[in-house]
Write a protein that binds this ligand. Sequence first.
Ligand SMILES: *[C@@H]1O[C@H](CO)[C@@H](O)[C@H](O)[C@H]1NC(C)=O
Ligand SMILES: *[C@@H]1O[C@H](CO)[C@@H](O)[C@H](O)[C@H]1NC(C)=O
Ligand SMILES: *[C@@H]1O[C@H](CO)[C@@H](O)[C@H](O)[C@H]1NC(C)=O
Ligand SMILES: *[C@@H]1O[C@H](CO)[C@@H](O)[C@H](O)[C@H]1NC(C)=O
Ligand SMILES: *[C@@H]1O[C@H](CO)[C@@H](O)[C@H](O)[C@H]1NC(C)=O
Ligand SMILES: *[C@@H]1O[C@H](CO)[C@@H](O)[C@H](O)[C@H]1NC(C)=O
Ligand SMILES: *[C@@H]1O[C@H](CO)[C@@H](O)[C@H](O)[C@H]1NC(C)=O
Length: 635
Amino acid sequence: MSVKSCVVTVVLYYLFTFDKVYVLTTSEGINTDPFVIDVSWNSHDYDLHTIPTLQVVSNPLLARQFSPIYKKIFANLKQLNADYARYAVWFPYPKLAVAELDPPSGLAQCGNVGQDFSINLSCEQNGGVISKVDFASYGTSTGACGQMKQGQCHAANSTTVVERMCLGKSKCSVPAFVDLFGDPCYGTVKRLLIQIQCDPPQNNTYYNFTYLDTMLEDFLDATDGHSRIISFCTQPTWLFKQDTPHIYPDNASLVDWEYPVGTELVDDTMQALGDYYGRLLAWYTRGGFIDEYGREHRSNYYYNWDYTEIFNEVEAEHHMTVEYYTRAYDAVVQGIRRHTNNYAMKYVGLALAFHQFDWFRYFLNHSNHAPDIPLDMISYHFYASGNSRTNPLDWEPFFNQLDAFTLQVEQIEEIRKILSPKTRTTIDELGVILADDNTPGAPQFPPIYWNAAAALYAYAWAKISRLRIDVVGHSQLVGSFFFTFVYFRLATYRIMYIGYPELPDLQLQPQFPSVALLNWTTGEGSAKYWTSKLLIDTVDIDNDQAVITRTTDTSSQNIFCQAFVGINGRRWVLIINKRYANVDVFLPGATGGRMQIINEASGFGPATEVTLTLSTITLSPFSVVIVHMPTASAN
Ligand SMILES: *[C@@H]1O[C@H](CO)[C@@H](O)[C@H](O)[C@H]1NC(C)=O
Ligand SMILES: *[C@@H]1O[C@H](CO)[C@@H](O)[C@H](O)[C@H]1NC(C)=O
Ligand SMILES: *[C@@H]1O[C@H](CO)[C@@H](O)[C@H](O)[C@H]1NC(C)=O
Ligand SMILES: *[C@@H]1O[C@H](CO)[C@@H](O)[C@H](O)[C@H]1NC(C)=O
Ligand SMILES: *[C@@H]1O[C@H](CO)[C@@H](O)[C@H](O)[C@H]1NC(C)=O
Ligand SMILES: *[C@@H]1O[C@H](CO)[C@@H](O)[C@H](O)[C@H]1NC(C)=O
Ligand SMILES: *[C@@H]1O[C@H](CO)[C@@H](O)[C@H](O)[C@H]1NC(C)=O
């Protein structure tokens, strides 16, 4: 069959819905002759080994307390059937990410809240009552528990008000209301600070797992039966030395990009750091923990997961060096063992955003670690970037950026193989971040963006599979929205997204919308999600092998394709259109095969499936295609 005779452009799919036509380079397509895909079905290339998965980052859209779509989100996660999904409990929302937001404070009990929030005090632990108000101030007072100082602005009756509400009671709740204290400084932002003591005395800690619990429960339920990687990325800021305590938002759904501050730990032995993580893990895997003062906190959680990852992108704000990170990694492993007695837990180290080879050389050298510290897995991240949020042509270079990244992967692999060959690797954040992604008011990307980013992920998985990396995780499930929960007030389920002009005075702040896999308004899967699903459903890492695949696209700038053979005569080909244009390909023997295609037309639905009636296929812009070859050899 000659190539020419197959140049019948079969438009299998309407390529654009006509209300959404964006700049198209050429409506004719790139090539007049299709690119020929030449598969040597009997020539083994490499064993397929790389598991496609995804990252999930904690944020209010996952929280039962806030999200109108959390059920849909977790149902979509469950439906993916992903192994090695990474759950990152990450800092921008401190109440969602940190279990102990305030340091243990001995016999004094403190609270510090902003306007209209309440301080809850309790002496119930030993059946006691509030016996003394050491400090109370509604105004501009500051300072850590035990060191509170009255500010210039101070409501004179603060102490009497708190005494009247709390003394002799087992617990009380004092709101920072102007109606309660009067207004000591009109127009100034005020806070309420209180310090009390109990009789009989009690030691005080401030654990609160409310939001961590619900999101983790839902994540673990949705990924039950699969290997998973849990990362409690964020360290409590009070573990670090600081002049004044960091004030985090009272509102759990408000972003605090400044949360991880401090560059020097208070406890330089790192024991306290290890203890924090040990107790956190004991809470989720051992039914509870013993706190800093020997008191038991019961959770009744006996979860299990395979891997715990330590920190994320070394929390760059803490300015860790590799020596520091390595020591902290060891301290966290030791802390977890101390509090859980679990020596079977496996660990993922590094989670690096940058690829400084020195870091890999140091961390992967076992002699830089304490004895008996496992280096089970390392992780690092990659994001392609685009300068334009709206011009799809600007997204074609994603693929070359990925090629440059694979050269770094090769060098990291060389280091790993020499220093710690048994250490596995997960590239647990792989995605795209468009320019100005966190800039309120930045323009919304057009729907074809989902396809460009989906194609990049499929390409990345395939390219990286050649390097035999263990896991490649698509970043990230959902989180791309403005952090506003106006729908509570308006009693409508509305979440604002980028560029939406309706509520300009709400200080809206997006969280990396271009990284999402789901539509953050509806919870539906985008092309990114469905591409992950397609790969997860198709890839059989126990049996598939890549075979030599060549194309007439000699520059490799238009298409990517890779063919695989599996058991029972299974043969499949991944084809990716790297262009924002139609591209025709000719895959000999494909007639009668089954094609699954994700393109703009498949929208928020799964891959469209068709039986091929020809071996020439028109790939619409940024399509991801899997062709399952007919079982009887048709070459
Ligand atoms: C204080 O208690 C009230 C009423 O139980 C509750 O709504 C509020 O969330 C609590 N605040 C904190 C900071 O725990
Ligand atoms: C505290 O003092 C302010 C200003 O004098 C007053 O408006 C307020 O009612 C007082 N609060 C109470 C509970 O007495
Ligand atoms: C509080 O903790 C300290 C230090 O752990 C301990 O010595 C003391 O007995 C505790 N006091 C109470 C009342 O629990
Ligand atoms: C924990 O936080 C939740 C949500 O803010 C709050 O309702 C609850 O009262 C807090 N629990 C304790 C013991 O402070
Ligand atoms: C590993 O680290 C040790 C101690 O820092 C050093 O002496 C050794 O040369 C390193 N090994 C390699 C292969 O770099
Ligand atoms: C938290 O912040 C959101 C967004 O600004 C707001 O809509 C909501 O009312 C706040 N919640 C509280 C309890 O203040
Ligand atoms: C999410 O879905 C809604 C409803 O279909 C659609 O209007 C919106 O454009 C989608 N958002 C994105 C970013 O694709």
